[in-house]
Design a protein around this ligand. Structure first.
Ligand code: FAD
Length: 383
């Protein structure tokens, strides 16, 4: 999209969320771990889920920068719309576009582009966090089927997703990266059960433990088709991962922007010692620091997004963006919380939720230390 179209998209989405996702609704969604499906359908009707899907499959053509703008703007009201958008356009549309077989692309991408399918990510396990090469969920081929046993943890959206995009192991653990595959598992398949995990951040849905007991799916559900059996690691480490680091960073940036704007407005309304607290130099400086950090995040985010959009190598820049933004939005959260004071601790205000969401951003989607390790390795730092 050209600059004028991006501005129009931004403007329309800002108006959309301001009108359709007022504070009382956000608070109710947060309390009940839910998201507004009818509003998501309205966004899908605008074609936005097609921003990661080529025109050949009914999308708008991959436009990572525009998709990042969508996530940023939707995230200003929390993760209630940007979360499901990511489940559709990124976990689904981006991954299948990058890694799907021709048959999977033909069957899934048109529906993903219309917002009719949602994916969940099944990577983490009870004993697997950053070290994904240690995945233990077992999968074996049995004729035209794959049989899965094991457990995933923190599988966000497994309760509403059509498919779990799930990393499984088909042989001995010692092989590490050599016998991993991705499979598409419908959470409704016999043998799949969910146990929700209570958590404080990104409460647009449940995040669950997912148990697989003798779950049988067609071999056609191996991502990339049966010929991509044991080829999962390259899918994990490829362009889809680069874009995933951008997508979570965009969500963090959108929430941080809302936090800064809320603190900025509050500081000019709240009067203490005979003047708005924004008139006290310490508060004034803190607000400017928050805005400056925010601007640095914006530059990191859109630089990485443009590289990904151009198809340029960007593993270093996307890891740097995830690292920098994850860490910086936590600093922004603390600054804004201090400025809003007691009211930042009440759920009558959005700040309380912003802080919960922002403090988690350096952990979810690959922790800061994982990004540091990636960057050091990619830059060939001797160890
Ligand atoms: C709300 C929420 C939603 C989530 N949704 C999903 C989801 O949908 N799908 C999914 O698969 N996962 C999901 N996750 C899991 C998330 O991606 C992981 O929590 C994240 O990858 C970090 O894993 P961990 O917390 O298990 O960290 P661990 O790997 O156990 O690490 C713990 C700490 O040790 C550090 N550490 C570990 N190893 C090293 C090392 N070699 N060098 C330096 N430091 C190290 C880490 O940086 C971290 O600070 C979700 C988590 C939350 C909280």
């Amino acid at each position: 999209m050209d600059t004028a179209s991006l501005s129009e998209l931004r403007h329309n989405l800002r108006r959309f969320v301001a009108e359709k996702a007022p504070r009382e609704k956000r608070r109710a969604w947060d309390r009940t771990h839910t998201w507004p499906r009818e509003l998501f359908c309205e966004l899908a009707d605008m074609g936005l889920c097609g921003l990661t899907v080529s025109e050949e499959y009914g999308g708008l053509g991959q436009d990572i920068v525009a998709a990042v703008v969508v996530i940023e703007e939707l995230s200003r009201v929390g993760a209630f719309l940007s979360g499901p958008y990511i489940h559709c356009a990124f976990y689904g549309g981006m991954n299948i576009s990058e890694n799907g077989s021709d048959a999977q692309k033909a069957a899934l991408l048109p529906k993903l582009a219309k917002g009719e399918l949602l994916f969940a990510y099944g990577l983490s396990e009870p004993d697997v966090g950053g070290d994904l090469s240690a995945v233990t969920t077992r999968a074996r081929l049995d004729g035209d089927s794959v049989v899965i046993d094991g457990a995933k943890r923190w599988c966000t959206g497994a309760d509403f997703a059509d498919y779990i995009y799930c990393l499984v192991r088909s042989g001995p653990a010692e092989a590490k990266r050599k016998n991993l595959s991705f499979v598409l598992i419908p959470p409704t398949a016999p043998g799949v059960s969910l146990t929700p995990i209570e958590h404080i951040n990104l409460r647009y849905t449940l995040s669950s433990d997912v148990h697989f007991e003798n779950v049988r799916i067609p071999a056609a559900n191996i991502v990339g088709g049966p010929e991509k059996w044991n080829r999962g690691w390259s899918m994990l480490a490829g362009r889809a991962l680069d874009v995933e680091k951008i997508e979570i960073s965009a969500a963090a940036f959108g929430v941080a922007q809302a936090a800064v704007e809320d603190a900025w407005a509050y500081a000019q309304e709240r009067t203490q010692f005979g003047k708005p607290i924004s008139g006290h130099q310490a508060v004034r400086h803190a607000l400017v620091d928050a805005r400056t950090k925010l601007e640095a995040c914006r530059q990191m985010l859109y630089h990485a997004a443009r590289l990904a959009q151009d198809g340029a190598p960007c593993a270093v820049e996307t890891s740097m963006a995830k690292l920098f933004i994850g860490e910086t939005v936590a600093e922004i959260a603390i600054i804004c919380q201090r400025i809003v004071g007691a009211y930042a601790l009440s759920d009558a205000y959005d700040m309380e939720r912003h802080v919960r969401d922002l403090l988690g951003m350096a952990i979810v989607g690959g922790s800061s230390n994982m990004q540091r390790n990636n960057i050091a390795a990619l830059l060939g730092l001797a160890q």
